[in-house]
Design a protein around this ligand. Sequence first.
Ligand SMILES: [Zn+2]
Length: 206
Amino acid sequence: MNIPKESKEVLIRLLKGNEQFVNGKYEAKNITIETLRALATYQNPHACVLSCSDSRVVPELIFEAGIGELFVVRIAGITVGTNVMESIEYAVKKLNVPLLMLLGHDNCGVMEYAQESYPELKEHFQTILKCVYPAIDIDKNSLESEDKLAKHHTIWVEEFLLNNSKIIREAVDNKKLYIAKCHLSHQTGKVHMLNDVLDELEIEEI
Ligand SMILES: [Zn+2]
């Protein structure tokens, strides 16, 4: 796998920020009113993070990031629809972020609901279920646990974005964007990459 240089730098920065968080050495900078004032009329985030709305998943905190560093799109279960996809496209096309992180997590309520409901569409939350069921259709082993389904779903989300967004697909093809598929462990606070690119990042342990 070939990660564009700028994407790689940003990914390492985020994973090292996560390491700080995990080790209890959280020292985020750029979190005061002065930072916001300095960025009053523009933004230049390093990365776009698609994360769950879950109150325990707070990208700026787990990556030790400050104001203006992350363009965060939060939606229950990282279920992608048109608005979510266009929000990501804005970050890619207008803000030129070199990294899109898809961040699933443990104990996700959406995954639990999808497992209970599959393959039926119940009265409520149908749009969300329709965004999770394809991951189960592809691999029924996804039903074994919420966390397994969350990881399989994150992988499906990448496929969905590449298949449905010309902006995202072209950015990836042109090596302007790298999509990192990740998962947050609640017990450790650690963000794991779902694909093995650590060798390419040239860091021993993150
Ligand atoms: Zn969730």
